[in-house]
Design a protein around this ligand. Structure first.
Ligand code: F3S
Length: 392
């Protein structure tokens, strides 16, 4: 492999052992999946932040990387951790978990990673521009920045995103090429409006197209918000890092064709149907935008969450701060809902029993919640979820 001057110095250990390990990882990936070379990046987003996900081996890895005062070379943000740093008690966090989680955050901070703790950093904390090459982990964000923003990123893992941040470069793969094009045509001109529908549509597309880049032929009327949910669903059921919309005449290409029909969406709602009153309603996978919080606050005005139901709504720190300034946090919490930041249902150690009934408007959250608990998991449209949580 042909190396640049900086890469050679990193490999020789000129910038320390951690940086040497990081560049070795990037070069190994470039060798096996890429075009045998690297590309400079403008930003990184690191996943694998929750102690629930990475455990003690993850802490050891971070300790190893943070030795010798190793620092990231580009703007780097963090995915959610195991609890809201200001309300850990909402997530059944015990002392050992609390300490280990804080250790992870401190280790990342010591390397210069910003404690943004969100899966939607593109709203405020880390905003790639069209054409930027970045190294992001977190599948929903990867699919979103490639497909909606038009930046270029591999579907990085937590360790590879951190290695990219430390070296300032990542493996040059087909995801970083300007001519990345579609591989399968997906016809789905459906009447999907709710964010739950969009998440399910993405999830269905991923089930039918598990690894290729789909060209989506959708009915007009989608928004960036709709595509956020579609990206999260798609990233859950497939290994793709992006989708394309028919905005540059891709549809004239001859490609394998796949169809998604309206009844398939209904089948997913049936599979995850609500059979009893929920004990926990979860909204905010991926983290809610300010616009979503405004609409939720409006919906909750003058209403109260039932005593035996928890309504959990998750967002990012920065969106939370803006929502607080605009009185939305107070409005949401007045109704008895919990607006939380830094975390989500899936990456938190929240305890759920087999008697719990969880209702969410996110296909991604439902998919992962089902793997981590014996509780009954169901999917509903957003306002149905909220109404199920409300008493009056
Ligand atoms: Fe974000 Fe958690 Fe969903 S990290 S995408 S809210 S599973």
């Amino acid at each position: 492999m042909r190396l640049g001057k900086a890469e050679e110095l990193m490999l020789r250990g000129y910038y320390g052992e951690s940086c040497k390990k990081a560049i070795k990882l990037i070069l190994t990936i470039a060798d096996s999946y890429g075009c045998g070379t690297t590309i400079k990046i403008r930003s990184a987003h690191v996943s694998g932040v929750s102690y629930k996900n990475i455990g003690d081996p993850g802490i050891e890895f971070l300790k190893d990387m943070s030795r010798e005062g190793c620092k990231v070379r580009v703007k780097t943000t963090m995915n959610p951790c195991g609890f809201d740093l200001d309300k850990p008690w909402l997530f059944d966090v015990d002392e050992p978990f609390f300490k280990k989680q804080m250790e992870i955050i401190e280790l990342l901070k010591s390397m210069g990673v910003e404690p943004t703790l969100s899966c939607t950093p593109y709203y405020a904390d880390n905003k790639p521009r069209k054409g930027d090459h970045v190294a992001w982990a977190e599948s929903s964000a990867v699919v979103y920045v490639n497909s909606v923003i038009g930046a270029y990123t591999n579907r990085e893992s937590g360790p590879s995103a951190l290695a990219a941040a430390i070296t300032g470069r990542t493996a040059m793969t087909k995801e970083h090429k300007e001519d990345r094009g579609p591989e399968v045509k997906v016809e789905a001109p459906l009447a999907v409006r709710d964010c739950a529908d969009w998440g399910i549509l993405g999830y269905l597309i991923g089930l039918k197209v598990p690894s290729q880049v789909p060209l989506l032929l959708l009915r007009k009327g989608y928004t960036r918000e709709s595509l956020k949910y579609l990206a999260a669903g798609l990233g859950t059921s497939s290994s793709t890092s992006m989708f394309l919309l028919d905005e540059v005449g891709w549809s004239s290409r001859k490609l394998e064709e796949v169809q998604i029909d309206q009844p398939e969406i209904a089948d997913i709602y049936d599979r995850w149907a609500l059979t009893r009153t929920p004990s926990l309603v979860f909204i905010g996978c991926p983290h809610c935008s300010l616009g979503e919080l405004r609409a939720i606050a409006e919906r909750l005005r003058g209403r109260k969450v039932k005593k035996d139901v928890r309504l959990l709504i998750s967002t990012s720190r920065s969106v939370y701060a803006e929502a607080a300034r605009r009185g939305l946090v107070a409005a949401i919490e007045r109704a008895g809902a919990h607006l939380v930041k830094d975390t989500c249902l899936v990456v938190s150690p929240i305890k759920l029993s087999k008697d719990d009934v969880v209702l969410t408007d996110s296909a991604k959250a439902a998919h992962y919640a089902e793997t981590m608990t014996s509780s009954n998991i169901s999917i509903g449209k957003r306002w149905r979820c909220i109404e199920e949580a409300l008493g009056s």
